[in-house]
Design a protein around this ligand. Sequence first.
Ligand code: GCB
Length: 617
Amino acid sequence: MKRLLLALLAILLAPSAALAQQPDITLINGDLRPGLDLSGPWHWSVDPYRDGLAGFHGGEPGSSSRRYADVDPEEVARRDPRALFEQDMVHSPVVTLPGSWIGHDQSMRYYDGLVWYQRTFAADPKPGKRYFLRFGAVDYRAIVYLNGKKVGEHEGGFTPFALEVTGTLRPGRNQITVGADSERTWDTVPPIVTDWETYGGITRPVRLVETPQTLIDDSWIRLTKDGRLRATVKLSGANAGGQHVRIIVRQLGVAFEGVTDADGSWSGDVRAPSSLKRWSPEVPTLYDVSVEAGGDRIDDRIGFRTVEVRGTDILLNGKPIFLRGISMHEEELGTNPTRAMTPAAARALLSEIKNGLHGNFVRLAHYPHSDVMTRLADEMGLLVWSEIPVYWRVNFGRAETLALARKMQRENIVRDRNRASVVLWSVANETPVSPERNAFLNTLVADVRQLDDSRLVTAALLARRDEAGGTITQVIDDPLAASLDVMAVNTYNGWYSGDPLSVLPSINWASPVRKPLIFSEFGADAKAGFHDTDNQRKFSEEFQAEYYRQTLAMAAKVPFLRGMSPWILKDFRSPRRQHPEFQQGWNRKGLISESGQRKQAFDVLAGYYRQVGQPSR
Ligand code: GCB
């Protein structure tokens, strides 16, 4: 009985099996640290029954699988000509990573499950150093083996993770095997149904990173509202306590320092010199910043700015700003995207916003985009809305789902806290109000405030339509609005509602709480090249352009509107969108087609932004 009770207690106290396996290392700036980039050719093999993870007849997992075992089939066959190899990664076809499996073979587009990847590489591990495999993102779940040994797992398709492999890495040839499993359930984040392509696979770079024994695991440097440069640093390693930390902001001639506590943490600040040029979309000044501690050093380029809310205004560096934005999925231009976001692909997209639309803002929907994108936004001068995929019908009542969302949000915020461009963290998109949902999202809001006091919290909400005496009023009465810094609403009057477009400018907007509002979405589908000169037919370029004119006329009358990110910059793949004539597997609300052809509405929005972007505003 006692043993039974103890066993029960152990189960109750243990974190869920999935979460227990999560790595606890951040490895800040893991994308830039010295190391070996494992991008390039990998073998791949599809495993729809998850056979590589199962034992005999699909039963309990055995001790190893030929898929990730560190064996050379030819050598084994030489020793034992009767050896059986049904799973032979060494002779499986080769593809180039990173990139989703949609790019390996068109028939993989709707495959939702496990795929194995494997490659070898040469290493030269040195005594006194630590080694990590750092993944930019694996969608949706990753299970990682090095030299036949499991080194970790990760859940969540859009945030980075690092697994320590010191001791498992060996001199000379090493073999890495990754199982990427794209399957989601109603308990995952996001859940099964979204309105975008899943893009299962190893979608961002994998790197082998070398560090000293004591390493800078996390570092965050920002400008506070009272004009100080503040640093928060966390070291990892057996000797993380009592280490000297030094921050240098080169072009400003600023250096400040301190000593870590027993835990390996240190925070300190210094008055920002008057010569500091604040980062803004107009002048995106970045400084070379170094952090040195415990024999480790990281270099970054960081901008300094403040963002806050006063009444219904959003203030950037103390001045009211209007966010001239657009939403965007992480999908490169082209007819067969694979979600491999290279700097060139990211620049092509952000240039359309900055130079084409005269924008100053981008909503990176509906999940954390590549670090390539947020670094480029810093460099080009675009304000960023960043979000996690708490989208539509998440299982809000389930504690493990909340734990997963919190972990994802933490990984996203910690990765990008040094990016001046990021001004808004969004906790959710279009989630139906309920007591469980409100509690879930309020926990996420509280987490943001605890992790980052230098940015604003928002969420994309839905408004309630009120019709009285022939007047339509959109009321923002979602209880979550009270917890946010900035309210945001997705609105589709005239597209999903039957309202004639001419009615839109007469729609009123009301909110019981006094806060700035962003139209986080509005949009209409149009197939590039499909025309209807009467502006009547949905899916025509003319209808979409007229929808934009009328929606912008409505927006101009909302007294507390402080920005917008219409839906969406570019047509994007979505399995939900199968109209044979107009969609063919693409959501067509883009202002440009998948290959970059601008639709008429592009010029309507660009004209509006040119006008509201005039310095007088
Ligand atoms: C929305 C969603 C977005 C969809 C869009 C649409 O409200 O937030 O993910 O793609 O509408 O096109 O319906």
